[in-house]
Design a protein around this ligand. Structure first.
Ligand SMILES: C[S@@+](CC[C@H](N)C(=O)[O-])C[C@H]1O[C@@H](n2cnc3c(N)ncnc32)[C@H](O)[C@@H]1O
Length: 519
């Protein structure tokens, strides 16, 4: 538990005299410590904190702190026995870093209004506001999950974050911490026959088992919808009505999991449509009028479900394939390893920018290159675009979608581009030529991403029909692939994808920022 050994002054001489008379004063312009109007004052129960003296707009770089670097030995021998131990964290190359300027004074909040990014080239850390910060408001960063002190007042005055998945900043640091050693992190495995199958512990990743609840196995769990039906008492009209239905334009995929005709006693009932308006039936046939009934929304995935659903309406039985991991050969593992190295290298490149260091990659498939003849890489661009939805996963779905949307609708899986048809609107970027849900899918493709996708991205990936997702850094607070939720395991979703967590080699597992400060 940290008890700070000094009191705080807001005087412009920045002494450590600790007069409490100034404790309740707000920052005034002559005390402002940097040109963005940041100042230091006492933060109740936390020691000192950084405060705004005027309105700070979102995405403003509020502070750039140079860092002081200590070698591991120097730090172990001296630094860690001192107050420094509350302030330093592990730099990317294993040295210990102390942020100068205001950097070491930012307190922790679970709802931070400031993000930080490391700039290794200039040996500094950049602090950026995530939303509008009001005068007199404290500015806080997120230290990580495992705090070494009891946090006080971290969230009550802070509004929800601008970013939908304010990722765990400590984990951003984690990934940065390993990036310069990319080649050692994931070395090529040259031993063995490339066709040899690797299993279990020999694989450099762990498949996440989707905890899928058994679906719709009791009557109250069965999801239903209203559909129009008509009774046909004379069976000689059935064929005529089926023919009429084909030409009526009433048929839709929504009912494709249901049988068309139900026979009960001497009455046959024909399922017509789910349209909101009453279907207009042929008048020259002697049948009753249409009426609405409840029918299952989905096919039956299990025998129990089938029996129950059939009591409502004859339903198609489409058993789900049991979850079973694919066989991974040495060559295929190498393909994945190359992909992981690719995203690590690209993450290293983001370190000198203000962007969040999240990188996504969709390589050409290992088995079936015909599915996609080129690879795609996308970075997180929330900061540079000022657009809260520009997560790396969303960006890559968009990129692949745009590419595929340029292919001929008649040949959706061929990816020869059409002449430039760039996305024109400010929407998600699916260009107008997209083939209505056919061309823009990641069907059969694998996504590699540095950080577990958030809930929004995990859902978008589900819609994209991605085959599998590999991530390196878990996101226990915001992840949608098992972190805070597991989207592909949800009841009722119409696609499931496999999820794998890439294991970091022992000794390379980067520590959390908080552990690093606490080291
Ligand atoms: C990097 S320093 C931050 C500046 C520090 N408040 C000061 O006065 O120098 C980290 C220390 O601040 C304190 N701290 C930071 N955030 C806090 C919070 N939310 N609640 C309580 N103490 C906090 C803890 O004592 C922690 O060891």
């Amino acid at each position: 538990m940290a008890t700070l050994p000094f009191t705080v002054t807001t005087s412009n001489t920045s002494t450590s005299s600790g007069e409490s008379s100034t404790e309740n004063s707000w920052c005034q312009s002559n005390w402002v410590l940097n040109r963005e109007g940041c100042c230091i004052r006492t933060a109740q129960g936390k020691g000192r904190g950084v405060y705004a003296s005027r309105i700070i707009p979102p995405q403003t770089v509020i502070e750039v702190s140079p860092v002081l670097l200590f070698t591991r030995n120097e730090y172990n021998d001296y630094g860690r026995h001192t107050i420094l131990d509350h302030y330093v964290f592990k730099w990317r190359d294993g040295r210990m870093a102390l942020a100068l300027g205001l950097g070491s004074i930012f307190n922790h909040s679970s709802h931070p209004n400031v993000l930080y990014t490391i700039d290794p080239a200039h040996q500094c850390i950049r602090y950026t506001s995530t939303r509008t910060i009001n005068p007199e408001e404290e500015m806080c960063i997120f230290y990580g999950q495992n705090l070494w002190f009891d946090p006080v007042g971290t969230a009550e005055n802070l509004e929800p974050q601008v970013y939908l998945d304010q990722n765990d900043q400590s984990e951003f640091l984690d990934i940065l911490a390993i990036d310069i050693e990319v080649d050692e992190v994931e070395p090529r495995d040259t031993s063995g026959d490339p066709h040899d199958i690797l299993e279990g512990e020999a694989l450099p990743f762990i498949w996440k088992k989707l905890q899928i609840d058994e679906e719709e196995e009791s009557m109250e769990d069965i999801r239903t919808m209203q559909a129009w039906a008509v009774d046909i008492s004379n069976s000689k009209y059935i064929a005529t009505m089926l023919k009429w239905l084909k030409q009526s334009g009433l048929e839709s995929d929504t009912l494709s999991h249901l049988k068309r005709i139900r026979k009960r006693d001497s009455i046959s009932t024909l399922l017509l449509s789910v349209s909101s308006s009453v279907p207009v039936l042929p008048t020259n046939i002697d049948i009753g009028g249409p009426y609405q009934i409840s029918v299952p929304c989905h096919p039956a995935l299990t025998q129990t479900s089938l029996i129950l659903k059939n009591t409502l309406w004859p339903t198609v039985y489409a058993p789900r394939r049991k979850w079973e991991p694919e066989k991974w050969s040495i060559a295929k593992v190498q393909w994945a390893r190359d992909a992981i190295n690719h995203i690590l290298r690209n993450t290293a490149e983001t370190a000198s920018s203000d962007e969040l260091p999240v990188v996504a990659y969709v390589p050409k498939p290992f088995e079936d290159e015909a599915l996609l003849s080129r690879s795609f890489t996308a970075k997180d661009t929330r900061i540079s675009t000022g657009h809260p939805l520009r997560h790396a996963a969303m960006n890559i779905i968009r990129n692949v979608a745009d590419w595929r949307a340029q292919t001929s609708p008649a040949d959706p899986l061929s990816d020869t581009p059409k002449p430039a048809t760039s996305p024109s609107n400010g929407s998600l970027g699916i260009s107008d030529t997209s083939c209505n849900g056919v061309n823009y899918l990641l069907t059969g493709l694998t996504l590699f991403i540095t950080h577990e996708p958030c809930i929004m991205c995990s859902m978008a990936l589900l819609h994209s029909r991605v085959k599998e997702v590999f991530y390196i850094v878990p996101m226990p607070r915001t992840g949608g692939c098992g972190g805070s939720a597991c989207l592909p395991a949800l009841k009722g979703v119409n696609h499931r994808y496999s999820i794998a967590h890439w294991r970091q080699k022992e000794g390379n597992a980067p520590a959390h920022l908080d552990e690093q400060i606490d080291a």
